[in-house]
Design a protein around this ligand. Structure first.
Ligand SMILES: NC(=O)c1ccc[n+]([C@@H]2O[C@H](COP(=O)([O-])OP(=O)(O)OC[C@H]3O[C@@H](n4cnc5c(N)ncnc54)[C@H](O)[C@@H]3O)[C@@H](O)[C@H]2O)c1
Length: 352
């Protein structure tokens, strides 16, 4: 298979999981040995076919270093699960804009070298897909990188809640350029939102009327701090809308990140509660806690999205690709129930 040449915008914890994941699964050839991956092969592509050829960041500890070292540089605190050899990809100084919040500016050192020409760097590296992994609260910087990706002729995957892949004007512009734009706000492999949706769907299909439910979580790491400071409301809106879409009736629903607990590191604890009525109006209560690590939770979904985007590029599909966005993101242009979104995705990979 040809290589899938990707650029990472933001070398934080999520980027660390992607880079480690490519190494971790590199020598596995049997589906049954690919523990933790949904697809070892997707449309013929293996995770080892993904090659990171370019990366941007703004932190002094990351810029100028080889990507294999930068992914382990603090404040990154993702679990180390793979040895990463030298990749010969130097992290480039991107435009800062609103990438780092006021609070984080006190904790991380911004690199003082001059910013590179992003589009030029993308072109020189022959990247074909750019992946936006900037902090949740950054809204202007992702637009700048989307602009640069258009200039460079790269497809764009937006893992953040900033509206790009679900925004009509960006969809039109990427469509006109003949490039896919995929997003917004990545869904975790086993995160609070998918678990909440699955629970509610199962209960409502079995005749239970859920009247009230909440899903709240706490996490450590810079992403949780940034969300608390700048993206709490937008995250809560996206998650709540996504969860609400699975119930065929009105219910009181709250879903969203609540707080930052520094000593949790890259861990996330998610709490679910619901009240429902079953046969004879009898009440039931459900109370669950899910504990995960944040970064690897993005890995399997990202491996699928990257390979699916390559397939879209090969087919000449452009603009918002609903089967990919609905499968892997919380805010596609249209929210589709998870099992239907899975079916659409598999069909798209097989038939287009
Ligand atoms: N499980 C997951 O990890 C997951 C799931 C869903 C969505 N996401 C989204 O992915 C994004 C990244 O998450 P993360 O945990 O890796 O965050 P992170 O805070 O660990 O990493 C963000 C990186 O972006 C860099 N950065 C900031 N401004 C920049 C700029 N202007 N140019 C280049 N680099 C810049 C930071 O220095 C940092 O290295 C977030 O928006 C998050 O909401 C992640």
């Amino acid at each position: 298979m040809p290589k899938i040449r990707v650029a990472l915008i933001g070398v934080g914890n999520c980027a660390s999981a992607i880079v480690q994941g490519i190494q971790y699964y590199r020598n596995i050839d049997e589906e049954r040995e690919a523990i933790g991956l949904r697809h070892l092969y997707l449309g013929g592509y293996h995770p080892r076919d993904i090659e990171v050829v370019c990366a941007f960041d703004v932190e002094a500890g990351k810029v100028g270093r080889d990507l294999s070292e930068a992914i382990f540089s603090p404040p990154n605190n993702a679990r180390r699960f793979a040895e990463v050899p030298k990749l010969n990809v130097k992290v480039l100084r991107g435009p800062l804009m609103d990438g780092i919040s006021e609070t984080l500016r006190g904790e991380v050192e911004i690199d003082d070298s001059e910013e590179v020409d992003v589009a030029q760097s993308l072109k020189e590296s022959e990247a074909e897909i750019a992946i936006n992994l900037l902090p949740s609260g950054s809204t202007e910087a992702p637009k700048r990188y989307a602009e640069e990706s258009l200039r460079a002729g790269c497809a764009f995957i937006n893992a953040t809640p900033t509206r790009i892949a679900s925004d009509p004007s960006w969809i039109r512009r990427f469509g006109e350029a003949g490039l896919p734009v995929i997003g917004d706000d990545l869904t975790d492999q086993v995160g609070a939102t998918i678990l909440h949706k699955t629970l509610l769907k199962m209960l409502s299909e079995r005749g239970i009327h859920v009247s009230e439910t909440y899903q709240l979580d706490v996490g450590g790491g810079t992403e949780s701090l940034d969300t608390l400071e700048r993206a709490r409301d937008v995250k809560r809106r996206i998650k709540t809308e996504s969860v609400r879409a699975v119930l065929p009736y009105e219910a009181s629903i709250i879903a969203g990140s609540t707080d930052y607990v520094d000593f949790l590191g890259n861990r996330r604890d998610s709490y679910f509660w619901l009240r429902g009525l079953y046969f004879g109006g009898t009440p039931l209560y459900l109370d669950i806690k899910l504990s995960t690590f944040d970064a690897p939770n993005a890995g399997s979904v990202m491996m699928d999205v990257i390979r699916a985007t390559k397939i879209a590029l090969e087919r000449g599909d452009s603009g918002h690709i609903l089967p990919i966005s609905a499968y892997a993101f919380k805010r596609p242009v249209k929210i589709i129930p998870p099992d239907e979104a899975d079916r659409l995705f598999e069909e798209y990979i097989k038939w287009g």
